[in-house]
Design a protein around this ligand. Structure first.
Ligand SMILES: Cc1ncc(COP(=O)(O)O)c(C=O)c1O
Length: 341
């Protein structure tokens, strides 16, 4: 398959496969009481500080839903961007499992700001209103854009000032950190994020995400929520060993930086081309662009990618840790041919 659809269509990085193989020796205790899980938690502590609580889960949706469940009760509300994965791509799981109302805020670039969420910060103490309790941001956003540390800090201060929490869907936190040249902690713990969904699958893992409590007191009882939420892996060592390999050295940054660089290269090849209008800043591993519908139709016969917004003829092209320069070049040439014909 020739795919610019998603970093989910990529395979597993060989170092991760090797780590899975290493973990695949004999028997060891189940449900996380094993040396691989302990070692993986230690590498998380190296990145995020020792005062954290880490819980491995299978899915990003599971990480988001359970992390938010730990922060908000059913009568409380979660403020998110309209395009947020939790609002669009989780089949209503946050509402169905947690009961919390999602208050979706329109954005032009996927990012929330203090100004844009201000109108939703009301109704406190009014029993007729779902009580705002969490602001959740996605880093990098669903539109590939990135929050700088100061922007996150402002949102955290605003939320904390209202006795609310700041949650981050970090399915692509590595891509954001690679873009900014930051440490992972600089975009999370240091700037007031309370709970993080940390993504692995999109950055070269076979599967596996982590719920990271950056204030460990918020994790009270979370082991029960994880089990009740069907995300407690019996063979936990196979999630943990992948994270250990990803985070121990700089594999996480190399994979993410490479994926970002391939999107930047594609954008460079397409820049200024009549018939392709790039609609978002290309900061991570994704490009959004508008093309004529018949050009989209031709390209779709040869390449797999998503129509993002049918009404606007906007498509999404995403790169991954294993996208090669040759693939980018061949795709860019084909796009050029199609739109110039
Ligand atoms: C922003 C974001 N959050 C979370 C996820 C996790 O999704 P899944 O439940 O498929 O692992 C994704 C996957 O596409 C995503 O793009």
């Amino acid at each position: 398959m020739k795919s610019f659809a998603s970093d989910n269509t990529a395979g597993v990085h060989p170092d991760i496969m090797a780590a899975l193989n290493t973990a695949n020796q004999g028997h060891c205790s189940a449900y996380g009481d094993d040396p691989h899980t302990r070692a993986a938690i230690e590498v998380f502590e190296e990145h995020f500080g020792e005062e954290i609580a880490v819980f491995f889960v299978f899915l990003g949706t599971g990480a988001n839903v359970l992390g938010l469940r730990a922060l908000a009760r059913p009568h409380e509300a979660v403020i998110c961007a309209e395009c947020a994965h939790i609002n669009v791509d989780e089949c209503g799981a946050p509402e169905a499992f947690n009961g919390s109302k999602l208050l979706a805020v329109p954005t032009t670039n996927g990012k929330l700001s203090c100004a844009s969420i201000a109108p939703r910060l009301h109704g406190f103490g009014n029993e007729h209103h779902a009580q705002p309790k969490v602001v959740t941001i996605t880093q990098a956003t669903e539109l590939g854009t990135v929050y700088g540390p100061a922007e996150i800090r402002s949102l955290a201060s605003l939320a904390h000032g209202k006795k609310m929490y700041l949650h981050m869907d970090g399915a692509r936190l590595a891509n954001a950190a690679a873009h900014l040249g930051c440490r992972l902690g600089e975009l999370t713990r240091d700037v007031g994020v309370d709970v993080l969904s940390f993504g692995g699958t999109k950055n070269g893992l076979m599967f596996g995400e982590a719920v990271v409590f950056l204030r460990p007191e918020l994790a009270a009882g979370f082991q029960y929520l994880r089990k009740q939420g069907m995300q407690l892996a019996s063979k936990m060592r196979f999630i943990a060993s992948q994270f250990e390999a990803l985070l121990k050295g700089d594999l996480w940054r190399r994979n993410a930086a490479h994926a970002n660089a391939m999107a930047a290269l594609l954008a460079e090849y397409l820049q200024g081309l009549d018939g392709v209008r790039i609609t978002q800043k290309v900061e991570t591993n994704v490009i959004f662009a508008q093309l004529a519908p018949h050009h989209i139709g031709i390209l779709e016969k040869e390449y797999y990618f998503y129509r993002w917004d049918e009404a606007r003829n906007e498509i999404r092209w995403m790169t991954a840790w294993d996208t090669s320069e040759q693939q980018v070049k061949a795709f860019a040439n084909r796009v050029r041919e199609v739109v110039s014909a």
